[in-house]
Write a protein that binds this ligand. Structure first.
Ligand code: PEP
Ligand code: MG
Length: 584
């Protein structure tokens, strides 16, 4: 922390606008970060301590050199082929004098601590790479960052403890961009809020921010460059407004609003044990989305009827190796045990696009359209089979269901089902028990699947509509790109048709259907989805009680007609006006 260190910091108040990704209001001091992993302490080294600091730096470089060599020889056969190549590239970068020698000079000449010197040099190298014309070389900046992260990790605990923030609960993280993997690391902290310059509201970064249940804003464009460390900021996550250096009256008003929202939150808790049914007695299943096994606690606290989406790929982030079959089995079993027989829907790996395993970015030039999710799994059969065996083994410990992401083609369904059969045969050969009736469902998140639903219904036990991707792919906008975030619209007639028709066709075929995208956790959409016939919703635990409140206030019979009118609207503006009426 360098609270208030910048003498040029002005106290003029100004406001930035972005997209609010999670509700509520946070008031605190700005804490500027690059990425969660690169947050380092900055301090001056005494003249007589320089040699020891350089020795600390050298020791960390030597340690990482050893780690990379060991990893290269131990990369498992199931790992993607690129992993080995990337590790040797990392070793080469580490040995280059730009990383192994220049920071030593900086420690000596500027007397900055080793971590600071390394990050200074990294920023310089990353800026150089960013200017390269060749897109391949430009992307190599990621490798520099990854190598630096390793060295920083090695230096942890080998010197002065990083300066502790006065209290995390009073800090607002301000970043240019954060990856979903970074966000997951923030789960270990207790920051008051988050704001980023980049990102769309349904990017996985935003989704994880939402799961932290603290106010957050993305797409602010200039927050990182305009805000000084330590400045007082107000994050209005409902409106997507960030106020820097608020005046006394504005601050007072936001403090009042903050306690009002907290009061409403507390009141909602009373609904935890209420039966989830509409006023005309229709039962509505409200389940929870989780990223890590530890999130089950919040799902239970919110009274979730099950886990409707376990984004299992988060088990694979922020690590150098792949989790083994046993490790995965333990994670899945932990969730199943904690849910005590209620359903746990484990989505198979959805890697690629904005989530990649360290050192194996297989996204290609258009990651969202590239080798992602089931495509990636089918291209890496050993990795996929390992996961399937782990899920099958855990299926004996609860009501586990398997969910396949991003299906578009019949052959993807066939190959997936064949892989499940193969995983079962292996377990049979070893006499390892599993639930033989394990249900297999598919995510409907590519328009091609929604438009050829009959096939998917005929082969799968259940469906779950991933509205985040369904909207992204229908409207041809990258959900992580804030420059097109304004085009991301759940009320576009094409999107509404795909959702409503999927629900209708599935129900007609008596195939269970849920929505597990962010739309399911948006209280403004609850009545519309109920009117379309939806009875299963899965969302972040933090959103569950607000959705239950909507369910309890609704009569299905009364919303069917108005929902059909929204569905028939020819344009988004009309749909929005009709939706407002429906929610009035
Ligand atoms: C979705 O696409 O709506 C979904 C639930 O999956 P994810 O957000 O993880 O892509
Ligand atoms: Mg998706």
């Amino acid at each position: 922390m360098e609270m208030g260190e910048n003498p040029q910091a002005s106290s003029a108040s100004f406001t930035l606008h972005g997209a609010g990704v999670s509700g509520g209001i946070a008031i605190g001091h700005a804490h500027l970060v690059s990425t969660a992993r690169l947050e380092v302490a900055h301090y001056e080294i005494a003249l007589q301590g320089i040699d020891a600091e350089i020795a600390r730096f050298d020791a960390a470089i030597a340690q990482v050199r050893g780690e990379l060599a060991a990893l290269e020889t131990s990369v498992s056969t199931g790992a993607p082929a690129e992993m080995k190549a990337i590790l040797s590239l990392h070793a080469m970068l580490l040995n280059d004098s730009n990383l192994s020698a220049v920071p030593r000079e900086l420690i000596g000449s500027r007397r900055c601590n080793a971590e600071w010197a390394l990050v200074l040099q990294m920023d310089y190298l990353v800026a150089q790479f960013e200017e390269m014309d060749d897109p391949y070389l430009r992307e190599r900046k990621q490798d520099i960052v990854q190598v630096v992260e390793r060295v920083l990790k090695a230096m942890l605990g080998t010197g002065h403890a990083p300066a502790e923030p006065s209290s995390e609960k009073e800090l607002i993280v301000v970043a240019h961009d954060l990856s979903p993997a970074d966000m997951i690391l923030f789960k270990q902290h207790q920051y008051a809020g988050f704001v980023t310059d980049l990102g769309g509201v349904t990017s996985h970064t935003a989704i994880v921010a939402r799961s932290l249940n603290i106010p957050a804003i993305v797409g602010l464009h200039h927050a990182r460059s305009m805000i000084w460390e330590g400045e007082l900021v107000v994050v209005d996550g409902r409106e997507g407004v960030l106020i820097v250096n608020p005046g006394a009256r504005v601050l007072e008003e936001y403090r009042r609003l903050r306690s009002e929202i907290e009061g409403e939150r507390q009141k909602l808790k009373r609904l935890r044990t209420a039966r989830s049914a509409t006023m005309d007695g229709v039962t509505v299943d409200l389940q929870a989305n989780i990223e890590l096994p530890q999130d089950v606690k919040e799902a239970n606290e919110a009274g979730a009827a099950g886990i409707g989406l376990f984004r299992s790929e988060f088990l694979f982030l922020n690590r150098d190796d792949l989790p083994s079959e046993d490790e995965q089995f333990e994670s899945y079993r932990e969730v199943a045990d904690a849910m005590h027989g209620r359903p746990v829907t484990i989505r198979t790996l959805d890697l690629g696009a904005d989530k990649s395993i360290n050192g194996a970015d297989r996204g290609g030039p258009n990651p969202a359209l590239g080798l992602r999710a089931i495509r990636f799994c089918l291209a890496e059969p050993q990795m996929f089979l390992t996961q399937l065996r782990a899920i099958l083994r855990a299926s004996r410990h609860g009501k586990i269901r398997l969910l396949i992401p991003m299906l578009a083609h019949a052959h993807e369904v066939e190959q997936t089902l064949a892989a499940v059969r193969q995983a079962k045969e292996t377990l049979d050969d070893h006499k390892i028990p599993y639930d033989r009736r394990l249900q297999i469902g598919g995510m409907i998140e590519v328009p091609a699947a929604a438009l050829s639903l009959k096939y998917f219904i005929s082969k799968l036990d259940f469906l779950s509509i991933g509205t985040n991707d369904l909207i992204q792919y229908t409207l041809a906008i990258d959900r992580t790109d804030d420059t097109v975030a304004h085009l991301y619209d759940p009320l576009h007639p094409a999107v509404l048709q795909l959702i409503a028709q999927t629900i209708r066709s599935a129900k007609r075929a008596k195939t269970p259907v849920a929505v597990c995208g962010e739309m399911a956790g948006d209280a403004a959409m609850t009545r519309l989805l109920l009117g379309f016939g939806l009875r299963e919703f899965s969302m972040h635990p933090a959103q569950l009680l607000a959705i239950k409140q909507q369910v309890l206030r609704t009569r299905v019979r009364e919303v069917e007609g108005p929902a059909a009118r929204v569905y028939r609207a020819h344009d988004t503006g009309r749909a929005r006006a009709l939706l407002a009426k429906l929610n009035a």
